[in-house]
Ligand binder design. Sequence first.
Ligand SMILES: *Cc1c(COP(=O)(O)O)cnc(C)c1O
Length: 371
Amino acid sequence: MCTIRYPFLDLGKVNGRYADEIKGVCAKVIDGGRYIGGKEVEKFEEKLARYVGSKHAVGVGCGLDALRLILLGYIALGQLKEGDEVIVPSNTYIATVLAVSTSRLKPVLVEPSKTTFNINPYLIEQAITPRTKAIITVHLYGRPSYDDDLADVASRYGLKIIEDNAQAIGASVNGVKTGHLGCAAAFSFYPTKNLGALGDGGAVTTDDDELAAIIRRLRDYGRTENPYENDIQGFNSRLDTMQAAVLDLKMLYIDEENASRRCLASVYDKEIDNHLVTTPDPGPDYHVYHQYVVRVKDRDRFRQFLLDRGIETAVHYPVPPHRQKCYPELHGINLTIADRLAEEVVSLPISPAYISVDDARAIAYVINSFR
Ligand SMILES: *Cc1c(COP(=O)(O)O)cnc(C)c1O
């Protein structure tokens, strides 16, 4: 057994840097006596909206619910209806697809580009039918998935662009933050994300007054101003006061952390030099490297090779949504790029809490010795 010198993820260390401050804000919440909603949630929502540049931010229970609340909000407003088709990338975490199918809409999977890992805008048009109403673009691994081609196809067919921004808080395209590129965006504050809570959390950002208002109600049983009056069927997906207080604090450090991730990524870009290992294309935009993902044909052997040398890696994701047992209706679809990526991708350690520039150099050095 080799000792792990470079763990893939150590959340204790990620939050340990802020432990005293976190304990301070949590103590305030405990003493305050309010544990759902309240001024901490409002303050965090305002801070997030200002950060993203959007008119509204609505705190919710998790990232999956954020996506679902956007879709259910549009359904409640009559802008989407049961059976409408929503284009989603074939190469994504399953939550993106679950949000669509569990809202009684139909996910239509479109292949990514092998270099960006993100949905290929040139393949969107052929997937559009008269029932297509929206595109969920996923800024996978922190790399913005939005450009003129995507905006153009959406506007020509009158499709809403919804962002799955679970992995990309702080990323931007031409100075516009992800979360403010489309009609509405979903954020996740799952502990492993770039801005992680100490439990589940999520948010929706949008400039749409009506959508924000309906989501505020849907997240809280669908009730009106009067707590015991419900005129729509909502559910319970609120952001805890404690999580909001922690997130509000950690927002102070997000830009610095993302800059450190970019710095580590540039070390990997520069130092990894092995024809068996393909490094990711950094792209033209401000990428925040939720993951640094290389491609290797002989993945299992590569991962074992690194593990034997104390380097832990991960795979995001080994089974694409269309291969999952829960989607038998998608099994027959030919999605060879998503399949191939699922076989070849490897995520390297990139947490700035405990991976230094020297560590990244040392990891690259080991990778270069893989034969
Ligand atoms: C994490 C994630 C989600 C879901 O977020 P949760 O907070 O775990 O519900 C959705 N989409 C993507 C791309 C994610 O990475």
